[in-house]
Design a protein around this ligand. Structure first.
Ligand code: ADP
Length: 354
């Protein structure tokens, strides 16, 4: 088989990825200081100059500093292409039959949506991953046949909402186990898509429906988990082997701690619910790390949904998003500590979903 130079590079990167021990990767990405912060003369708490590859250094008070290690660290200068270069192998994994989960974690305003969704002229991981999926599907034509469906949902106040469902009535959706290691949300709209444009259009439709009915769109998006699910059925036309896999693309709610004095009534309830899903994610991760026999997946909607993708036969990529601003250093350290815990986990031997 002949590979072009580019395809060979991609294959090398893919091989490197699957060779690595464990199957949770953590990439750290730092946003640039924004115009307002620059105008205020904000200082940055992150030292990119003295950091070695994969290191992130947070300057502390006086002379102390804290060093973190991740699978990749992206400074504010590194663009969407650079980030996707390292993310692309996960798309190949989905087509090879693995469940994949890519999520962005961090304080509101640190670039979770920028990384996942992207902005006009700087597309994010969601689009690029789909593009890569359909590119490989094209490359494998004649040898493999794939069927792709997509769903868009959000978890808000511990309720699952189907963003592709039209009409005013909102069905109550729950996660159900349909077979050993297979969880499903009955009734969720699954749109069959034939190509990149169709897939992207469906995801956009879903994203637009996200804040409909909310009084404050920004607040809503920082408090809900936005979830895209791409389901792939593949058939190897040579020997008939079939695979079924899921790709989750998730823009999580903001991880900032909400103090009781900041929120009351409905807002406090919301804050507690967000924390419930995120803290449940933390608990699941701790349980996985310590190899506890009982993993508390059912404690929140988010962990219940992601159960198949967090339990041993899948690949997970977490983007921990941070602010460079010295004023945010408390939240930054919380996010980095959480991410370090995540990185210490091995899900077990990755196995194809046949
Ligand atoms: P979050 O989703 O975490 O709340 P956003 O993605 O909305 O954060 O990012 C906050 C702002 O910072 C947005 O205006 C976004 O465009 C900008 N931003 C975030 N990350 C980057 C980056 N790496 N480069 C340029 N701008 C960024």
């Amino acid at each position: 088989e002949k590979f072009s130079e580019e395809a060979k590079e991609r294959k090398d990167l893919y091989n490197k990825l699957i060779e690595l021990k464990g199957n949770i990767r953590v990439f750290c990405r730092c946003r640039p200081l924004n115009a307002e912060e620059i105008a205020e003369g904000a200082s940055t708490a992150i030292d990119f100059e003295s950091a070695k590859d994969g290191e992130l250094i947070v300057r502390g008070h006086v002379s102390s500093k804290k060093v973190f290690r991740f699978d990749s660290v992206f400074s504010p200068e590194e663009d969407q292409e650079k980030v996707f270069e390292k993310t692309a192998p996960f798309a190949t994994s989905v087509l090879d039959g693995f469940n994949v989960c890519i999520f962005a974690y961090g304080q509101t305003g640190t670039g979770k949506t920028f990384t996942m969704e992207g902005i006009e002229g700087a597309r994010g991981v969601n689009y690029r991953t789909l593009e890569e999926l359909f590119r490989i599907i094209g490359e494998r034509e004649g040898m493999f046949q794939y069927e792709v469906t997509v769903s868009v949902l959000e978890v808000y106040n511990e309720q699952i909402r189907d963003l592709l469902q039209t009409g005013a009535t909102t069905k109550r959706l729950e996660v159900r186990q349909v077979a050993e290691g297979v969880h499903h949300v009955p009734g969720l709209v699954e749109a069959r898509v034939a190509n990149l444009n169709e897939a992207w259009e469906v995801l956009q439709t879903g994203s637009k429906a996200r804040s409909v009915g909310s009084t404050n769109a920004n607040e809503h998006s920082s408090r809900s988990h936005c979830i895209h699910c791409v389901m792939v059925k593949g058939e190897n036309l040579m020997h008939g082997e079939c695979t079924k896999s899921k790709l989750w693309l998730i823009d999580l709610a903001g991880s900032e701690r909400v103090t009781k004095t900041d929120a009351q009534g409905e807002r406090l309830k919301e804050a507690q619910n967000i924390n419930k899903s995120l803290s449940a994610l933390g608990d699941v991760i701790s349980a996985l790390a310590t190899k506890t026999p009982h993993i508390p997946f059912r404690n929140s909607k988010l962990t219940h949904l992601l159960q198949d993708s967090l339990s041993g036969d899948s690949k997970t990529l977490m983007f921990v998003q941070i602010s460079p601003n010295e004023n945010d250093v408390g939240e930054t350290l919380c996010s980095l500590n959480f991410a370090s815990r995540v990185r210490g986990i091995e899900l077990g031997q990755a196995r194809k979903q046949v």
